[in-house]
Design a protein around this ligand. Sequence first.
Ligand code: FE2
Length: 397
Amino acid sequence: MKTDNILTQRADRVWLTEAACDLDDFRAEVERTTQLADYPHAAAVEKNILIYDSASVLKAAAFGEGRRAVLAEICEAFATGPGVVVLKRAFEDTAVIDAASGIFDDIINEQHRSNSGGGDHFAKPGANDRIWNSLEKHCLRDPQNFAAYYGNALIALVSEAWLGPSYQMTAQVNRVNPGGAAQSAHRDYHLGFQTSSVIEQFPDHVHRLSPVLTLQGAVAHCDMPLESGPTLFLPYSQTYVPGYLALKRQEFRDYFDRHHVQLPLEKGDLVFFNPALFHAAGTNRSEGIKRVANLLQVSSAFGRAMETVNRERMSAILYPALKAMLANGRLSSADAACAIASCAEGYSFPTNLDLDPPVGGLAPKTQAQLMHEALTGGWEEAAFTTALAAQSKKKLS
Ligand SMILES: [Fe+2]
């Protein structure tokens, strides 16, 4: 009898089920109030969400100890805090965003003309427009604008705070047109995109692993008053471990509908949140606002990103743009490093260790390291693309 108890209790600990989710347990996690005093770098708490002033964050993070403190604060805001932060005025020059919006409009118009792309797993066709892998499309069309856009110290800082170095950037544009309906409450990739029967096959520690493999972000490409439907969030909901399964149950969805919060955003603001936070895009009730956000999905070096990105092709296109912008002072070398981190592969593996052995360390040279080396050495474009191709070839089995 005693043995039976041990077996059952252990199985219940390891195998989370939709049936075992409990709304009272959930409420004990989420019904908390964010204290500004716990987050000394934040400027304010609004609707339980932390608001940061981007210039102050950069100033505080400019040097060693300050940077450690800022990264740690943001890391804990995602892990055990409200799970969502807003960085106001993260783009000093919003002309960079306007130029990117123009590129995205062109891509969307081409998708309409050719009847291709843009399918959305949440919305009816036509209610909104999607650009999948906007990262690569943006880089290939306008590498200079890509460099200015992703050469953003705040995107790099927050990504590193949650994922560490060598993260993999991916991005998708979402344009919700007036009348576009709200999404249903969800968690994001990885486990967030599976059915209960699949999720229940993963042991408890994988439910804890999924949220640390990615970080969700959004760049506001226009002002987003509440009537335009900026994202709905339920702060602290990322801390409920069985939450991937709980979201399949009506009482949890009802709770989200009653208790979610929503903040207006301005063009140039960044929002980042733990992918396990319960959230949903809101309904666009405005008359004429096409709500455009570039959704950043940043993956851990150790995870598998959701989208296939041809980083070799992007790096080849970006290299001459970076070289020119560094030469004429339009980009600092620190910002160029942020742009490289969003473009090139920053991690050594997987590779073919027969052909690509580690040199002077334990890990073979990465695409990002090669790009830094070429920029520092002032390589010609052709020399860089040749080296890039040779490096990619060595990684094949
Ligand atoms: Fe989402």
